[in-house]
Write a protein that binds this ligand. Structure first.
Ligand code: AMP
Ligand code: DBH
Length: 555
C-alpha cells in the first residue's frame, strides 16, 4: 500500500486490495501525524484483555443476560478464529455476516479480524436480493446467520443463496443450525490459528447506502478505521467507564464507529446490545445497565424524547446521546436535552469515511442547528458548485472530502470510482452542505439519487429494477416524499403497459417484497400515472440509463 504510485493512479487498483488506496505521500503523512499507528483490531483486543482481563466488555441482555469480560471475548475470538481457519477460511476471504444485535456478532467479527478474513456487513433486514448479491459479488466463502430473527428463517435464505453461489462453502448459524453448521461448534485450539493481517490491510467491507442498482462495498483498513474510532472517542469523551447501548443494527457504520461499539471496546468500556430500540424495551436496559451513552437516528430520537418524560425507568445515568444518519430538525433537537436530561451531540457521517460531530463544548445554538465538524484536522472538505468550483464562504455546495479515514475508491468498482471520486481522490458524497462562520457544517440537502428514510438509505434504482420486472409495469420512478416522522418516505410512480390490468398498490408492494428485498425498501406509496411528473425524473430517461446498467444484465 505504501508503495502505490501517485496520480494519475489514484484510480488504479492495488493488487490484493481490490480498490484504489491512499497515495504513498498521503499514507506517509497520516502515519507521521500519528493518525495511523499500526494497530489491528485483533491486536487491540489482545492488549485490552491483557490490561484489564476481568472488566466487562460486552453484555447481551436477552433472552437471558450474558456477559463477556475482555479476557473471555479475547479467548472466544481466538478459539473461533482457529475453528474458522481449520475449515479453510483464511486471510482475505470474504464472509457475509448477517446477525442482529447479539454477542456472537462481536465474537465473529473479532475472530475474522484475527485471521484477516473480511466481514461483509449485511443488515438483518436484507433478503435474497441483497444477500445473493453480496455473496456472489464478493465470492464469499461463508455466510453467518441467526436461525430465526423477527419471524424470518435465515437458514432457509442461506440454503437458497448457497444453491446459487458456487463460492459459498459454509453457512454458520447462531442457534439451531438446521441443515447447516452451528457457530457454537466452530472452535479449535488457538495455537493452530494463522498469522493475522497487517495494519494497512483491509479489515472489512462496509456497505454504502447507495444510489445505484446494487449497493457498493466500502473497503476499510485497520489503520484508517481505528483512527476514526480514536478520534471519535476523544470527541465524545469515551473511556473505560463508558457504558454504551447499541440501539441501531450493530452492522451499521454509525453504531459501529461513531463512537460505536468498536470505539467503546477500543477504550476499554462496556458495550450493551439492545435487542430492540424502542423505549419500552430500551429504557429498562438504560436503567438496569446504567447506560451512559448511546446513538440513534432522528425518528427514534423523536420517540425517545416523547416517551422519556412519561417513563418510570431511571434514565439518570445517561450522559450523552448522539443523533445522526439523517437530518435532525432544529425543533426536535431543542427538545432532546430537556426531555432526556443529558447532552445532545449531532453526528453527520458516512460509511465511506468522513464523520462530523458537534463538540461537547460547542455553544447550544451550534449543537441544535449544525451537523458538526470533521473528526480530524487532516479531513479535507470542499464545497463546490456544479462545475466543481469552490463556492464562496457560507454558501452551499456539493460536499467533497478526502482524508485519513475516507476511502479512495469502492471495492472492485472501477467505473463507479470514476464517477464517485475526483481525479485527486476526493469522494463525492452527494450531500449539499454549507459551512458556518464557526466552521461547522449544515446539511442542506442532497444531490444524489437516494431516499433517506429516517437514516435507512434506499437507492431508487434498486427498487425501480424490481418494479420493472412486474409484467404490468412499463416504467417506474421511485422518489422521496416528505414525511413528518421519517423525514422522507418513498413513492413509486408507475406507468402501466398498454392494455395491462392495473395491479392494486398492495399487490405491487407484495410483488416487491416477494422478490426478496429488505422491507424498508418497499415503496411506502404507489401512484399510477400516464407519464412521470417533472420532479420525479431528470432530463435523461432513467429507463434508458437502467437498460444499460450492469444491474439490468442480471435480471
Ligand atoms: P451511508 O451511505 O448509509 O453511509 O449514509 C451516509 C449519508 O447519510 C450521508 O452522505 C448523508 O446523506 C446522510 N446523513 C448521515 N448523517 C446525517 C445527518 N446528521 N444529517 C443529514 N444527513 C445525514
Ligand atoms: O448515515 C450514516 O452512514 C452515518 C451517520 C452517522 C455514519 O456512517 C456514521 C455516523 O458513522
Amino acid at each position: 500500500m505504501t508503495d502505490t504510485p501517485t496520480a494519475p493512479s489514484a484510480l488504479a487498483t492495488t493488487p490484493g486490495l481490490d480498490a484504489p488506496t491512499w497515495p504513498a505521500e498521503f499514507a506517509a503523512r497520516y502515519r507521521a501525524a500519528g493518525h495511523w499507528r499500526g494497530e489491528t483490531f485483533g491486536g487491540v483486543l489482545r492488549e485490552r484483555a491483557a490490561a484489564h482481563p476481568d472488566r466487562v466488555a460486552l453484555i447481551d441482555p436477552a433472552p437471558e443476560r450474558r456477559t463477556w469480560t475482555y479476557r473471555q471475548l479475547d479467548e472466544r475470538a481466538d478459539r473461533l478464529a482457529a475453528g474458522l481457519a481449520a475449515r479453510g477460511i483464511g486471510k482475505g476471504d470474504r464472509v457475509v455476516v448477517q446477525l442482529p444485535n447479539v454477542g456472537e456478532f462481536v465474537e465473529v467479527v473479532f475472530a475474522l479480524f484475527r485471521i484477516g478474513a473480511l466481514p461483509v456487513y449485511a443488515l438483518p433486514a436484507h433478503r435474497d436480493t441483497e444477500i445473493g448479491y453480496f455473496c456472489s459479488f464478493t465470492e464469499a466463502v461463508a455466510y453467518v446467520v441467526p436461525d430465526v430473527h423477527g419471524g424470518f428463517d435465515h437458514r432457509r435464505l442461506a440454503s437458497r443463496v448457497e444453491e446459487r453461489t458456487p463460492s459459498l462453502r459454509h453457512v454458520f448459524v447462531v442457534g439451531d443450525p438446521g441443515e447447516h453448521t452451528a457457530l457454537a461448534e466452530v472452535s479449535a485450539d488457538p495455537e493452530t490459528a494463522p498469522e493475522g493481517p497487517e495494519p494497512h490491510e483491509l479489515a472489512f467491507l462496509q456497505l454504502s447506502g447507495g444510489t445505484t442498482g446494487l449497493p457498493k462495498l466500502i473497503p476499510r483498513t485497520h489503520d484508517d478505521y481505528i483512527y476514526s474510532l480514536r478520534g471519535s472517542n476523544d470527541i465524545c469523551g469515551v473511556d473505560g467507564d463508558t457504558r454504551f447501548l447499541v440501539l441501531l443494527p450493530a452492522a451499521h457504520n454509525f453504531p459501529m464507529s461513531s463512537p460505536g461499539w468498536l470505539g467503546v471496546l477500543y477504550a476499554g468500556g462496556t458495550v450493551v446490545l439492545a435487542p430492540r430500540p424502542d423505549p419500552s424495551a430500551a429504557f429498562p436496559l438504560v436503567a438496569r445497565e446504567r447506560i451512559t451513552m448511546t446513538g440513534m437516528v432522528p425518528p427514534l430520537a423523536l420517540v425517545w424524547t416523547e416517551a422519556a418524560p412519561e417513563t418510570e425507568e431511571d434514565l439518570g445515568s445517561l450522559r450523552l446521546v448522539l443523533v445522526g444518519g439523517a437530518k435532525y430538525s432544529e425543533e426536535a433537537a431543542r427538545r432532546l436535552e430537556p426531555a432526556l436530561g443529558c447532552r445532545l451531540m449531532q453526528v453527520f457521517g458516512m460509511a465511506e469515511g468522513l464523520v462530523n460531530y458537534t463538540r461537547l463544548d460547542d455553544d447550544y445554538e451550534t449543537i441544535v442547528t449544525t451537523q458538526g465538524r470533521p473528526i480530524s484536522p487532516d479531513d479535507e472538505v470542499r464545497l463546490v458548485d456544479d462545475d466543481g468550483e469552490p463556492v464562496p464562504d457560507g454558501e452551499f455546495g456539493h460536499l467533497l472530502t478526502r482524508g485519513p479515514y475516507t476511502i479512495r475508491g469502492y471495492w472492485r468498482a472501477p467505473e463507479h470510482n470514476e464517477r464517485s471520486f475526483t481525479a485527486d481522490g476526493f469522494y463525492r458524497s452527494g450531500d449539499i452542505a454549507r459551512r458556518t462562520p464557526g466552521g461547522h457544517l449544515v446539511v442542506e440537502g442532497r444531490a444524489k439519487d437516494q431516499i433517506n428514510r429516517g437514516g435507512e438509505k434506499v437507492a431508487p434504482e434498486e427498487v425501480e429494477n424490481i418494479l420493472l420486472a412486474h409484467p404490468a409495469v412499463h416504467d417506474a420512478s421511485v422518489v422521496a416524499v416528505p414525511d413528518e416522522y421519517l423525514g422522507e418516505r418513498s413513492l413509486a410512480y408507475v406507468i402501466l403497459r398498454d392494455g395491462a390490468e392495473r395491479p392494486g398498490s398492495v399487490a405491487l408492494k407484495r410483488f416487491v417484497r416477494e422478490r426478496g428485498i429488505a422491507a424498508y425498501k418497499i415503496p411506502d406509496l404507489v401512484e399510477f400515472v400516464d407519464a412521470f411528473p417533472e420532479t420525479g425524473i431528470g432530463k435523461v430517461s432513467k429507463k434508458s440509463l437502467r437498460a444499460n446498467s450492469p444491474a439490468a444484465d442480471e435480471r
